[in-house]
Design a protein around this ligand. Structure first.
Ligand code: TRP
Ligand code: ZN
Length: 878
């Protein structure tokens, strides 16, 4: 059995003993034997003892030679282990020349230098640079890099690295070289090298200070017609960051490379971002509206990292949310400004609740700034990213847009070129605004989702309305008790006609507006509003002003009222969501799978469909029932199959009751107009396809015809896939699924949709189908996108079949995790999180899941990545 790695602790941080000012790299590229020559200009850090050893990280490297100040180091002058090259005696300053040999072809972990479709790609965050050469691989060591790449001219015509291209030439044996200089110092995790056959789609952007930036998107030949959207997203992101935050790009070229084999979404290497091709390539025939949205936000995200991450970087990996939470906030704001703010917010909150709240309530719960980790790759989490972005959003909510901007300005003024901490960011926000954000720091240190219990009392005689708010936060691993958070609670009060009442707290001279933010700081606080002429319905946590769970005893009628009248679009959606959740949980508890939908609920949903003033995108979201996964979180001792059946039956019942309205709306929106990607068209398709999804529940010839027609005649992937998803759930759908698979057999990204659609099927035999598809010629267990599409989708999104009572779903997952762990530990560890909620299912399945988790942890040679996830999951049962 593998041993857990030693935990790394935040409080053990010490400054580096040596600093690197410059690094000159030369890569002699070869598929199986690449030679990396590194010349480091080093100095001992101030305050370091003169006899401190130099410990360079290194992993899976063959050391060929080391020279110190020009002289070869004799074997007794250094020690070499699996993880480090240690030189015990170092002068104050030194030039170290190290030659290592690496094997990119054998690199299936996709960390360090590897081959993807015959091209060289690097991925260095978080600790991949040490798989390229021996180095101080930590983010607080920032150096200026130059990179010379030598490679075969025919196989690798394009040679890229960070910064500016300063020279190139040819060599004998059909080889050529290119030299790059990055003028900005950076940590090693931002290093990148790309070599191969690419074509570039190009555009440009001129900054306010007059810099003309070339934007270059490098893709495999044949994909040049799918870059337009990513290119225009990059241009929009540049303009937006200038406008909103006064931040300009700082190099002459901004390069993006698309690759098919990538562990995550994309990577912000300085000047040379590397992207999963899923987040670059799109045209209407192959990409859905959701894909287009995803590209826009990921392009913006990586671009925004140039300031929040690269110019100002992290002191250590515990501070990861400093760059990720902030950059997610920035990309969310960008998308909100480009499209519908309300829809963006609801989608983000939906994801947060479904995944981050689950993480925060489970065995992997950790603070936004974790206190310890075994494997940093396991901490690129929903908590660090999405909860981290909520924390940044709360500064903006508490300080206002201008206050937030002042804080950002001060942050860059103080820390440009530095590696800093979450506390430095908080201090900039506080100092720029003269605000006290001491208590706010608990958002970084305390894990768990806070709960707000709210009570409202109306005093008719006194014309007052008193809200009592009590906050609490459940225990999480290693944190039994929590202190109160500093929470912005946005609210409004509605009278019975749906008008917003002016808000005036006791002691205030006058009312200020009809929507405001209360700052909570204590365990219990009361707020008394005066001059309240009617018993109001409170609209609470408007725009989801804090990442908390809010409990207020709304009646069904209150929720119907808020659905129809709240001015805050988020609150309006939330009312629908709460109502549907309440109903589904009731039906689950009562075991109702064939009762009709309650009239009041049907009427409320009908009103949504009939409300012509409502944004169709918002209507689509309001009509969508909460996911199985979201409902799962609200229950204990869950029988997942029963849960799926209950949700499914309410969906069917609603479809029957709303048939005429659904059909009318569908037909009204099914205009046959040619595809456009813009807010209005996207919103229309969203609502149309929600209607279609409901109608598909009805077993009648008309719906079969609608589905077949939409599948056959759609001029875009959004509509075609929506029809296919519904068809795939029906007895008459198989030929359509086959047809789609054949038509797109050579298109990797489209085929991922086809794999996922079958992996998430609720029809009998889904697991055997998934197993059969693993032998499909287009499937490869080495490709993370394929693993996510087929195996990940089955284990994480197919509640029905993953949780089959025979335990085969669990055994399949464990087998795949063990298989993948040998190839790509990062991907295996992510997949292993499908067992996280095992203590929440009923006892029979619980025992089965536990046995599989134990089997995983007992696997000889298991990676630290997977071991950390599986062992933490198991510890939840003790
Ligand atoms: N920093 C990247 C981002 O958020 C994500 C990232 C971290 C990553 N580690 C990675 C991407 C490893 C690929 C592989 O934008
Ligand atoms: Zn990021």
């Amino acid at each position: 059995m593998s041993l857990p790695r030693q935990a790394i602790r935040r409080l053990d941080y010490t400054a580096p003993a040596y600093l690197i000012d410059r690094v000159d790299l030369t890569f002699d590229l070869d598929d199986t034997a690449t030679r990396v020559t590194s010349r480091l200009v080093l100095q001992r850090n101030a305050g370091t003892a003169a006899d401190a050893p130099l410990v360079l990280n290194g992993e899976a490297l063959v050391l060929e030679s080391v020279k110190l100040d020009g002289a070869p180091l004799l074997p007794d002058a250094y020690t070499l282990s699996d993880e480090a090259l240690t030189i015990p005696a170092m002068p104050d300053t030194a030039i170290l020349e190290i030659v290592t040999k690496i094997n990119p072809e054998a690199n299936t972990a996709l960390s360090g230098l590897y081959l993807s479709s015959g091209n060289f790609i690097t991925q260095c965050e978080a600790e991949g640079f040490r798989r390229i050469t021996f180095y101080l691989d930590r983010p607080d060591v920032m150096a200026k890099f130059t990179t010379t790449i030598i490679a075969d001219r025919t196989k690798y015509p394009v040679l890229l690295s960070n910064g500016n291209r300063v020279g190139e030439g040819t060599l004998d044996k059909n080889r050529h070289w290119v030299k790059w200089v990055d003028p900005f110092k950076k940590p090693a995790y931002l290093f990148a090298l790309v070599a191969g056959k690419f074509v570039a789609a190009t555009g440009s952007h001129t900054t306010p200070s007059g810099r003309n930036v070339a934007i270059e998107i490098y893709v495999e030949p044949g994909n040049a017609d799918r870059c337009h959207h990513a290119l225009s997203a990059a241009q929009k992101a540049m303009a937006w960051d200038e406008q909103r935050f006064g931040l300009e790009y700082d190099l002459d070229a901004y390069m993006i490379v698309a690759t098919n084999d990538f562990n995550m979404g994309a990577m912000e290497n300085k000047g040379l971002n590397v992207f999963n091709s899923k987040y670059v390539l799109a045209k209407p025939e192959t990409a859905t509206d959701a894909d287009f949205d995803g590209i826009e936000s990921v392009v913006a995200h990586e671009y925004f990292h140039n300031w929040t991450g690269n110019r100002v970087t992290c002191r250590d990996w515990f501070q990861l949310s400093l760059k990720e939470g902030l950059t997610v906030y920035r990309d969310q704001e960008f998308s909100s400004d480009l499209g519908s703010r309300a829809v963006q917010r609801i989608q983000n909150v939906r994801g947060l609740r479904e995944y981050q709240f689950a993480e925060d309530a489970g065995p992997q719960a950790h603070p936004v700034r974790p206190d310890e980790y075994q494997e940093i790759n396991n901490f690129y989490t929903w908590t660090v990213y999405e909860k981290g972005s909520e924390v940044v959003r709360m500064y903006a909510t508490l300080l206002g847009t201008d206050g937030f901007r002042k804080g950002m300005d001060l942050y860059f003024k103080r820390h440009d070129g530095q590696a800093v901490s979450c506390d430095d960011f908080r201090a900039a926000m506080a100092d720029a605004n003269g605000a006290d954000l001491e208590q706010f720091g608990r958002w970084y240190s305390q894990a768990g989702t806070p709960v707000l219990d709210v009570e409202g009392v109306y005093d008719e005689a006194a014309q007052t309305y008193t809200l009592t708010v009590t906050q609490s936060c459940p225990a999480t691993p290693g944190q039994d008790t929590k202190l109160p958070f500093h929470i912005p609670l946005a609210l409004g009060l509605l009278d019975r006609r749906g008008q917003e009442l002016p808000l005036q707290l006791e002691g205030e001279p006058a009312a200020t507006g009809t929507s405001r933010v209360l700052a909570l700081r204590e365990a219990t606080q009361t707020f008394t509003f005066i001059n309240v002429p009617y018993h109001p319905v409170p609209s609470l946590l408007r725009d989801f002003s804090a990442p908390v769970k809010l409990d207020y005893p709304y009646s069904d009628d209150d929720l119907v009222f808020l659905m129809a009248h709240d001015n805050d679009a988020f609150a309006r959606w939330e009312a629908a969501n709460q109502y549907a959740t309440r109903l589904l949980l009731q039906r689950y508890r009562n075991g109702e799978t064939d009762t009709p939908a309650p009239e009041k609920f049907v009427a409320a949903m009908a009103a949504v469909l009939n409300d012509t003033r409502l944004d169709p995108a918002l209507a689509a979201l309001m009509l969508t029932l909460p996911s199985d996964a979201a409902l799962f979180e609200a229950l204990a001792d869950v029988d997942p199959q029963k849960l799926c059946a209950v949700r499914q039956s309410l969906k069917e019942a609603l479809a029957r009751s709303l048939r005429p309205q659904l059909l009318t709306t569908y037909q009204k929106l099914n205009t046959g107009a040619p595809y456009r990607y813009d807010g209005e068209a996207v919103a229309g398709r969203a609502l149309k396809n929600v209607c279609l999804d409901y109608l598909a529940e009805l077993d009648e010839p008309l719906t079969a015809e609608l589905l077949a027609n939409q599948y056959r005649h759609a001029d875009n992937m959004t509509d075609r896939l929506a029809a296919l998803k519904a068809l795939a759930q029906r007895d008459d759908g198989e030929s359509f699924v086959d047809d789609f698979g054949k038509i797109w057999q050579d298109d990797a990204l489209v085929l991922d949709k086809w794999f996922a659609l079958q992996a998430t099927s609720s029809r009998p035999g889904a697991l055997s189908q998934v197993q059969a598809l693993m032998s499909h010629p287009a499937f490869s267990i080495r490709n993370p996108n394929k693993v996510r599409a087929l195996i990940g989708a089955f284990c994480q999104q197919n509640l029905q079949h993953f949780h089959a009572l025979d335990g085969y779903g669990y055994a399949f997952a464990a087998d795949r995790i063990i298989e993948l762990d040998k190839l790509n530990p990062q991907i295996a560890a992510r997949l292993a999180s499908c067992f996280n909620r095992w203590t929440r299912v009923e006892p029979v399945r619980r025992a089965l899941m536990r046995a599989e988790l134990e089997r995983i942890t007992r696997e000889p040679g298991l990676s630290g990545d997977t071991f950390e996830i599986a062992s933490k999951a198991l510890s939840a049962g003790t």
